[in-house]
Design a protein around this ligand. Structure first.
Ligand code: UDP
Ligand code: MG
Length: 315
């Protein structure tokens, strides 16, 4: 194979508890891969500090000083996991032939990177890291995640099941991903749209080594909602369907009322009136809310603001 270089992109937000250990592990894995001759150039690790408020950045600087194969990007503030990944990929693609993205807590088995590289060598442009099971998730996370992916499927968005953001991308796949200019990014929803040859490696996800999840419920909900509204307009279509059904129901009610009147049965109807009033009012408000969400998304896209701002790069 011609010159082939791997860059491992690691997004990090307040990861002082795990970062040093994680990078040492990744470097050890890199060392092993280097001995297999699949890569003709040594790999490097590019950490993207997503506006951490702890010692994440000083740790990155220190790691960089002791090993030039560790590089760093520092955001000017917290822009979110997905943008940290995009920024890392954008920087990595300048020199790398393949890019692996992995979370800083190494919950996704980093020893599988070698297998990913091997699949790349066999011709895959995208290698998905797929979890064998969800044992290590809490009951809440597991059921909500499964329900969510089912819902996405019903709305016509098909993702790779049990795959998050642990994957390998070839240079051309990464470059294609970067041509998607959207500000509302849900990377795992875009990857299947790229095409190219894909493959997968399977692994068991382990619990976080230290520290807490950087995805509290609020961030998770926002992410899930962005996933739906940035990948499909099915909810807006659903409103149309709901409105149509509601109108048909109203026609039925008119027929019913006329029949009752002809039969001389007085309809007191207070409760039914109130129920339908509130129900239809609610449906309208939800509908407006959903439409508003899409208009809001349009607004952020139209503004074309930068997706993130880099403060410092260590190369
Ligand atoms: N992360 C980030 N920005 C954020 C939140 C998280 O870059 O605003 C990073 C975090 O440092 C980690 C990855 O995204 O490398 C996944 O976060 P975490 O492991 O906390 O999520 P979980 O595994 O609990 O879903
Ligand atoms: Mg994690």
């Amino acid at each position: 194979m011609a010159t082939q270089k791997l860059t491992i992109v690691v997004p990090a937000f307040n990861e002082e508890e795990v970062l040093t250990d994680s990078v040492q592990k990744l470097l050890a894995i890199e060392e092993k891969i280097a001995q297999t001759n699949v890569l003709s150039q040594r790999a490097d690790v590019l950490i993207v500090d997503d506006g951490s408020r702890d010692h994440t950045w000083p740790i990155i600087e220190k790691l960089h000083r002791t090993n030039s194969r560790v590089r760093g990007i520092r955001f000017s503030r917290n822009f979110g996991h997905q943008f940290a990944l995009i920024a890392g990929i954008q920087e990595a693609v300048k020199t790398a032939d393949m890019i692996v993205t992995i979370d800083a807590d190494l919950q996704d088995d980093p020893t599988k990177i070698a297998e990913m590289v091997a699949k790349y060598a066999e011709g895959a442009d995208i290698v998905y890291g797929v979890r064998n099971n969800r044992d290590t998730d809490s009951w809440f996370k597991r059921t909500t995640a499964q329900g969510y992916y089912k819902l996405l499927g019903l709305l016509g968005v098909h993702l790779v099941p049990n795959h998050a953001d642990f994957r390998l991308m070839s240079k051309r796949a990464a470059e294609t991903l970067l041509t998607y200019p959207e500000r509302n990014v849900f990377i795992r929803g875009l990857i299947p749209k790229l095409g190219f040859t894909t493959d997968a490696v399977y692994y068991k996800r382990t619990p976080r080594m230290a520290g807490e999840s950087k995805y509290p419920l609020k961030k998770m909900l926002a992410f899930a909602w962005d996933g739906i509204t940035s990948l499909t307009i099915a909810p807006v279509r659903l409103i149309l369907l709901l409105g149509t059904l509601s109108c048909l129901l109203a026609v039925g009610m008119v027929v019913y009322a006329v029949v009752m009147k002809l039969l001389g049965l007085t309809v007191h109807g207070w409760s039914s009136l109130m129920v339908s009033l509130w129900f239809v009012g609610g449906v309208q408000m939800i509908s407006l809310g959903v439409i508003g969400e899409y208009i809001g998304k349009l607004m952020t896209e139209v503004k074309q603001r930068p997706r993130y701002t880099i403060q410092t790069i260590l190369n």
